[in-house]
Design a protein around this ligand. Structure first.
Ligand code: PBG
Ligand code: ZN
Length: 334
């Protein structure tokens, strides 16, 4: 039998598989599904209140009443996974972020109400980090020179995770980047009888300029210095795989790469080196950049959002954390 001679013009035609929407849908290699999407929310330590975030159009800080209303409406659209960030109450911040583990804090109170209302119809993930609760804005304790202390910070982070789990969180997600925090959280959760609470580790979190809008939203910008002593150097990828493998060893249930779009190679590398579900966090600055261009009419928002989510998915992300989650389902962008 003669092999097909691809040099004969028109014999091999990749375009046959691009003819018509049904053909394209049938041979499509990557599909997006609402069950992959995770919608972040910023919750105030109050019942009432709605505060728009100037640098994140369409996103606001909400009191518990509005948060529940929003989650209910989003769930109707198919958003079933939420990631909750809390804000400290007035005058509550201190050097150790002790308010982060109070059972009456913004996150535990909100989680309790969400779980009371939605039960198993909604999956609740909580961010575990001290920066919204420390008066200096860093993600751990500081020494007298302003260096972030690793081991002394672990107990407070673990206490925060336990407070979230006891309020009913399904998953806790440490974003602080202290060494050994996954093991510390796992031990504390198990000791508190929360062995079914899963850990989604922000395994690979870069010291990125893309978090700017988030720090306005969460009121968590460091007062002095930056986060380069604990978040990763944006130039590194081998280190990312090492971080991910350490989290696997320490008992993480799911891993994360953050930010997403400037780190697609990292998503791919971590996916290939590990066997756990992998999340990509399409962060605040990535969201705001798309919003700003769309507001000016420079980009087609829906097509851009779909293209970006497909890119993360192609790279190897199983879960997609995005501030566009609700809008993507509402407008049928997937
Ligand atoms: C807190 C935290 C940050 C983000 C998630 N958790 C900010 C930071 O590390 O400065 C960023 C999320 C986003 O930009 O959307 N440690
Ligand atoms: Zn932090």
């Amino acid at each position: 039998m003669n092999p097909v001679d691809a040099t004969v013009p028109g014999r091999v035609r990749p375009r046959r598989l691009r003819h018509g929407a049904l053909m394209r849908a049938m041979v499509r290699e990557t599909r997006l599904h609402p069950s992959q999407l995770i919608m972040p929310h910023f919750v105030l330590p109050t019942d009432e209140g709605r505060e728009p975030i100037a640098s994140m159009p369409g996103i606001e800080r909400m009191g518990r009443t509005e948060l529940l209303r929003r989650i209910e409406a989003d769930a109707e659209l198919g958003v079933r996974n939420v990631l909750i960030f809390g804000l400290a109450a007035e005058g509550e911040k201190d050097p150790h972020g002790t308010a982060s583990s109070h059972a009456e804090g913004a996150v535990p109170r909100a989680v309790q109400e969400i779980k009371k209302h939605f039960g198993d119809d909604l999956l609740v993930i909580t961010d575990v980090c001290l920066c919204a609760y420390t008066d200096h804005g860093h993600c751990g304790f500081l020494d007298e020179h302003g260096e972030v202390l690793n081991d002394p910070s672990l107990a407070q982070l673990a206490a925060m995770a336990v407070a979230h789990a006891q309020a009913g969180a399904d998953v806790v997600a440490p974003s602080d980047m202290m060494d050994g925090r996954v093991a510390a959280l796992r031990d504390a959760l198990d000791a508190a009888g929360c062995e079914t609470t899963a850990i989604l580790s922000y395994s690979v979190k870069y010291a990125s300029a893309y978090y700017g809008p988030f720090r306005d939203a969460a009121d968590s910008a460091p007062g002095k210095g930056d986060r380069q002593g604990y978040q990763m150097d944006v130039a590194n990828v081998q280190e990312a795989v090492r971080e991910a493998l350490l989290d696997v060893e320490e008992g993480a249930d799911m891993l994360m790469v953050k930010p997403a779009l400037a780190y697609l190679d990292v998503i791919r590398a971590v996916k290939q080196a590990t066997l756990l579900p992998l999340a990509a966090y399409n962060v605040s600055g990535e969201y705001s950049a798309v919003k700003a261009a769309a507001e000016r009419g420079w980009l087609d928002e829906g097509r851009i959002v779909r293209e970006n989510l497909l890119a993360m998915s192609r790279a190897g992300a199983d879960l997609l954390i995005t501030y566009h989650a609700r809008q993507a389902l509402e407008e049928g962008w997937l």
